[in-house]
Design a protein around this ligand. Structure first.
Ligand code: G1P
Length: 295
């Protein structure tokens, strides 16, 4: 059973300045929920209830968000707003631990900070900028693949040529042995990974997106690597190292992913996820139609 997830949240959010100067990027709301809550709920839907959040400076609001707030409970009770009480208590069954990454040394280093908490269990890593449509079951499918092969699994998405330099890109081959578990076809055996290659150096268009199921031997690899792209300790480099001792799978995702760490991606996520909310759907559709009619 997969019980733990690491949520790296120490980044400075430079793509989203000025709002991220004093507020954590992870707390930017899509409608009424902060980005990080989407990742937490995605895990909870898969039975993961232990969260290790890697934080940094200016990230206190994340801890407050998942903490108890009895004065607020009292006020909501007095006002008879029991649905809101339920809403703010929906993560009570989960445990949250916070580790501070004191220097911005990269994603690989952030994950290594959680070594003592994860010990020798497999775990998920979710990068909160990547919002997966909550109706999708990507993480659940990745866990199924992990259970079948007992090997790390990384989510992939096909990206256009001019975007390969924003991602880790894999060189891989399709797995044809699906076995008895009816694992969907889009499974790759990874031969190598390159972090943010130039278009001409990219081995494929298959980009690593922010969902990983990892095994504890990644920590040894993370300890062994040197700073890579951008002078940071890259998870991509540790995965490359791991490939010399075990198979790592890539799982091609074809559903909706929003890069909410990017301003335009965030707008798209806000609009599309609002359209899926029954209380806004009709009004928002009409509103968007009225706007576009005037264009
Ligand atoms: C990180 C990883 C990269 C991956 C990306 C997915 O990059 O280093 O390999 O493709 O997340 O979102 P970042 O976006 O943090 O620079």
């Amino acid at each position: 059973m997969l019980r733990k997830a690491i949520l790296p949240a120490a980044g400075l959010g430079t793509r989203f300045l000025p709002v991220t100067k004093a507020s954590p990027k992870e707390m930017l709301p899509i409608v009424d929920k902060p980005l990080i809550q989407y990742s937490v709920e995605e895990c909870e839907r898969c039975g993961i209830r232990e969260f290790i959040i890697i934080t940094g400076k200016n990230k206190r609001a994340i801890e407050d968000h998942f903490d108890q707030f009895s004065e607020l409970d009292e006020v909501l009770k007095q006002k008879g707003l029991s649905n809101l009480i339920e809403e703010i208590h929906r993560h009570d069954q989960s445990d949250f631990a916070y580790i501070r990454q004191s220097r911005p040394l990269g994603l690989g280093h952030a994950i290594l900070c959680a070594k003592a908490f994860v010990k020798d269990e497999p775990f998920a890593v979710l990068l909160g900028d990547d919002i997966i449509d909550p109706e999708d079951t990507l993480l659940m499918e990745m866990i199924e693949i992990y259970k079948k092969y007992r090997s790390p699994v990384i989510a992939l998405q096909e990206v256009p040529d001019d975007e390969v330099s924003k991602y880790g890109i894999i060189d891989g081959e399709t797995v044809t042995d699906f076995g008895p578990h009816n694992i969907p076809k889009q499974l790759y055996k990874i031969n190598a990974l390159v972090e943010k290659p130039k278009k001409e150096d990219a081995p494929s268009n298959l980009a690593v997106i922010g969902r990983y199921i990892l095994t504890s031997d990644i920590f040894e690899a993370l300890e062994a690597i040197k700073p890579g792209k951008g002078g940071e300790y890259q998870l991509t480099d540790a995965l490359n190292l791991l490939l010399s001792s075990r198979v790592v799978y890539g799982y091609l995702f074809k559903g909706n992913r929003y890069d909410a760490g990017d301003k335009f991606g965030f707008l798209k996520a806000t609009i599309e996820l609002s359209l899926k909310r029954p209380e806004f759907s009709e009004n928002l559709k009409n509103y968007l139609k009225s706007l576009t009619a005037g264009l």
